[in-house]
Design a protein around this ligand. Structure first.
Ligand code: SF4
Ligand code: FE2
Length: 627
């Protein structure tokens, strides 16, 4: 069994960039050069532009801003604002899903595909389900879920899913998230000129705001996406640019919100549209994806993944992309000018994400089907505008098995060990693998690509190292796509594992790296950790489980990091979150918060060392448990 190497990825990119050079296209690789070196003040987080007396930059000669704020206050405020940006983004995505749920109807564009899950959540929330029409219940839950964003009293409903000990820690630390929007507003208020400059208070709110994302908005996103589109189950697909098909109309979906991509997939698969594509001279339609919207449709429909974050320009550079259709988040504005160098239609669809040089076709839950059809038709009609001399699709792809929701993991592992029958439907078989030492622990690999790290290398090298050490990986977002493209989600990748993990992969028929979904689906990881803690009687922080984002880049990733840490899981970063300028903020994040939530951050840019640190931490936790 052979993985596709990063060198092969890079050779494919280099070939595509040659096409780009021919047509005068810009690229992120060129823009990185133009932007290097980066501003040192920005990198250290010591530049403040919160008021117009500044901007103030802290240096040894100028240790305070004009208002008198010191470096710790400035770095802390910047960190909290970064978190608020991420929490707002995930949570607003979650809200859109709740709104879509309100539009679900029998025979409509959106339907309830997992009624059992809807009923389960309704019961959890104390909503009467007996004798209720499923769509009435969906609409009631849609309203209640949207109210979570602005409710006037109480805490997030989802917190109750955490182990009691975790809830107690949050209470003691004063970081239980209230209404989702309120935590974002509060963070912006706290960081306004002339408010909080005490690092401890800023970091506390950063954790609270993070929790309002993970145990609030993101969880709404994940759970109600499952209700609408189905809870993922293991499914086979393929990954990397080679999934695009030169003979077909290629539609690439990119972004995060599955409401759009689901509809595009639905229509692209219809006989009417396939016939239309044929009438335009193509053999059919291939939908593939980039970033998390791709993860969403891969997990539920087996739609292939063309690439992750730093591959988004590559799909256009193939010259074979009829339309790149985007919803929200992580979309390069560069796609506008780039698509103009080709025949590609760059179609923006959300009022939240509008860009120059794009065709804006506004998409909303009420008109979803009609708009999706319009977009698919446009892509088909664009096939004839292709310039054949520019078409080159790299011959690189790997098969992957994806779709490991918590429900799917529990089901898959049932019966793998010699557990008692009454333990099926719990995480106990997985726990048994861990306590017996067959699997040493688990790492949640998440996050983006970042040109500051050789793209995909950190994800892939860390995963290889961890699975060789019998540590199972659950992955989401662009990390999951890096794994899939390399071949780590091919079941044959079991050959790269240590003997214990290899055995589990064989018995359960799973790959060693489990695709758990998109970035909002990191809420699934919170639930898995909670279930493991409850089923074992341990605290989450005692489990030999850690989180890792080796190539992260977005504000969303910082919000995620905060809620993962605040849930009791040590989190390992390969890129510094602009806090090195303050010893106080850095030490709070890497040590101080441990007093509140029993976990903290580690930042290490040397990827091999980062892997060693995670393995050491997992072994340390095992030793403490005597397993
Ligand atoms: Fe400078 Fe203070 Fe204004 Fe920031 S808030 S720009 S440190 S004066
Ligand atoms: Fe994402």
């Amino acid at each position: 069994f052979k993985l596709t190497t990063v060198e092969e990825f890079e050779a494919a990119t280099a070939r595509l960039l040659e096409t780009g050079a021919k047509v005068g296209a810009d690229s992120w690789q060129m823009r990185v050069k133009n932007q290097t070196p980066h501003c040192k003040f920005g990198e250290q987080g010591v530049c403040c532009r919160i008021c117009s007396m500044g901007p103030c930059r802290i240096t040894p000669k100028a240790p305070r801003g004009i208002c008198g704020c010191d470096v710790h206050g400035i770095v802390g405020r910047n960190f909290l604002r970064f978190t608020a940006g991420g929490a707002a983004t995930h949570s607003d995505h979650g809200r859109e899903i709740c709104i879509t749920l309100g539009h679900a109807k029998e025979g409509g564009d959106y339907q309830v595909k997992d009624p059992e899950k809807l009923i389960r959540i309704a019961k959890e929330w104390g909503v009467e389900t007996e004798g209720k029409d499923i769509y009435d219940l969906a609409h009631e839950m849609s309203d209640l879920a949207q109210e979570e964003y602005g409710k006037i009293r109480g805490y997030s409903r989802w917190l109750k899913r955490a182990p009691q000990h975790t809830q107690d820690l949050w209470h003691a630390a004063g970081i239980e998230p209230r209404a989702i929007d309120r935590e974002v507003s509060c963070a912006l208020h706290m960081t306004h000129m002339g408010n909080t400059s005490k690092p401890e208070a800023l970091i506390r709110q950063a954790l609270r705001n993070g929790l309002s994302d993970g145990w609030g908005g993101s969880m709404c996103g994940t759970e109600f996406s499952d209700v609408l589109f189905g809870t993922p189950k293991p499914i086979d697909t393929e990954a990397n640019l080679g999934v695009m098909n030169a003979e077909n109309v290629n539609i690439v979906v990119h972004g995060h919100d599955p409401s759009l991509s689901e509809m595009i997939c639905e229509y692209a698969d219809s006989k009417e549209m396939i016939d239309y594509a044929k009438s335009m001279g193509a053999k059919g339609i291939t939908v593939s994806g980039v970033c998390c919207t791709s993860n969403e449709v891969a997990m539920r429909r087996g739609i292939p993944m063309a690439g992750n974050f730093l591959q988004q320009e590559n799909v256009v550079l193939t010259g074979a992309c009829e339309a790149i259709v985007v919803d929200v988040q992580c979309i390069f504005p560069a796609l506008g000018p780039l698509s103009k160098c080709f025949h590609t239609k760059f179609i923006t669809t959300s009022p939240i994400c509008q860009m120059p040089d794009s065709d804006f076709i506004e998409f909303d839950a009420g008109t979803a089907g009609e708009k999706a059809k319009q977009i698919v038709k446009l892509a088909c009609e664009n096939f004839k505008n292709r310039k054949p001399e520019l078409v080159h699709i790299p011959d690189l792809k790997h098969k992957a098995t994806v779709g490991y929701s918590v429900e799917a993991i529990v089901k898959t592992l049932d019966g793998v060990t010699n557990s008692q029958v009454d333990e099926t439907g719990t995480t106990k078989p997985l726990l048994e693998c861990i306590t017996s030492g067959v699997i040493r622990g688990a790492v949640a690999m998440v996050g983006c690509n970042n040109p500051k790290v050789r793209p995909d290398t950190a994800h892939i090298e860390l995963m290889k190292k961890l699975i060789a050490n019998d540590i199972v990986i659950i992955a989401s977002g662009c990390s999951a796509q890096a794994a899939a493209r390399a071949g780590l989600m091919d079941k044959a990748a079991k050959d790269l594992c240590g003997a214990g993990l290899k055995r589990v992969c064989e018995l359960a028929d799973i790959p060693p790296v489990l695709h758990m979904g998109s970035c909002v689906d990191i809420s699934r990881m919170l639930i898995l950790a909670s279930e493991l803690a409850k089923d074992s009687g341990l605290n989450i922080s005692q489990l030999p489980v850690v989180g890792c984002a080796p190539e992260w880049m977005s504000e969303k990733a910082v919000s995620i990091g905060n809620y993962v840490v605040a849930t009791g899981l040590d989190t390992y970063l390969g890129v510094d979150p602009y806090v090195s300028g303050s010893t106080e903020v850095a030490s709070l994040l890497t040590e101080g918060v441990r007093d509140w939530v029993e976990a903290a951050y580690t930042v290490e840019k040397d990827i091999d060392k980062l892997g060693d640190l995670m393995i050491a931490r997992i072994e340390e936790k095992r030793d403490a448990l005597g397993i």
